[in-house]
Design a protein around this ligand. Structure first.
Ligand code: NAP
Length: 259
């Protein structure tokens, strides 16, 4: 399917691995030129080169911490005139409700709420001026189905969801569609680290912890970064302009929500 976005330009944050990389690859396959970002420049540059070779699109890279104002500024200096913004960053650590103090919450809010807000504030005016834009925020299934061990993530991502609910409706009339993409468990480094924590807490092997988690997912497997990326690319396509302020779940049916 031709997504109708060939030649457009996207900033995909935190995209050298996992779900961000899945989104970058799917957009490149649709002919979109990329600005990619991650902290480890060597890994980022290697991935960028493989995307250039495979899809023939232009890929600029910025090695920076997207949650840090100075790093974000360096990304935005390169990511001028972007038509598509995919926000992403690492998720906060798991824990118990009693573990976290104010600084932990501020870190989580900075990374998973205020960073995407800052990116949207910087990039939306250009999209509005050009009467076309797409924003996809990678959040989490925990927004609709909170995960007990991820209180920091639940809190920060719900804050972002509230901001997007209003903002998406304020900019939709200018041809800019903002939506959130909510991953349930996907086979990435992040899932490995959550499985390692679960294995330790439940005194299981990593394999046992993974099988246990899979057994709770109606699809009986983890999602893939390629599936996630393809959904993101559709949400950035010409055909998704009437999708506004939505929270799209990709969780293999895990959340028992009927509407
Ligand atoms: P991942 O496999 O660990 O990949 C994270 C990517 O983001 C890497 O490219 C990493 O590269 C980059 N990154 C991390 N922190 C960054 C920062 N501060 N600035 C710039 N780049 C950064 O993670 P993932 O599974 O794709 O998860 C992506 C997001 O989805 C996370 O917020 C996660 O909590 C959320 N999520 C994931 C799942 C899942 O099952 N995978 C489920 C629900 C929610 P560098 O380390 O080099 O920076």
């Amino acid at each position: 399917m031709d997504l109708g976005i060939s030649g457009k330009r996207a900033l995909v944050c935190a995209s050298s691995k996992g779900l961000g990389r899945g989104c970058a690859e799917a957009l490149a396959e649709a002919g979109v030129h990329l600005v990619m970002n991650a902290r480890d420049g060597a890994v980022l540059d290697a991935v960028a080169e493989s995307i250039r070779e495979r899809y023939g699109v232009r890929v600029d890279t910025v090695a920076a911490d997207i949650t840090d104002p100075e790093g974000r500024m360096r990304v935005l200096d390169v990511a001028t005139q972007v038509d598509i913004l995919v926000t992403n960053a690492g998720g906060p650590p798991p824990g118990m409700w009693s573990d976290w103090d104010r600084d932990d919450f501020i870190r989580a809010l900075d990374a998973n709420m205020l960073t995407p807000v800052a990116l949207m504030k910087a990039i939306l005016p250009g999209m509005i001026n050009r009467s076309w834009g797409r924003v996809v925020n990678i959040t989490s299934a925990s927004v609709r189905s909170p995960i007990p061990m991820l209180g920091l993530s639940n809190a920060a991502r719900m804050g972002l969801t509230g901001y997007v609910a209003g903002t998406a409706r304020q900019v939709a009339g200018a041809g800019v569609a903002i939506n959130n993409l909510l991953p349930g468990i996907h086979a990435t480094d992040r899932a490995d680290s959550l499985d390692q924590t679960a294995a330790k807490n439940q005194k299981l092997s990593l394999k046992e912890a993974r099988e246990l988690r899979k057994s709770t997912i109606p699809a009986r497997r983890y999602g893939t970064a390629a599936e996630f990326g393809a959904t993101c690319a559709f949400m950035c396509s010409q055909y998704a302009g009437y999708m506004v302020g939505q929270n799209v779940m990709l969780d293999g049916g895990s959340a028992n929500i009927s509407v």
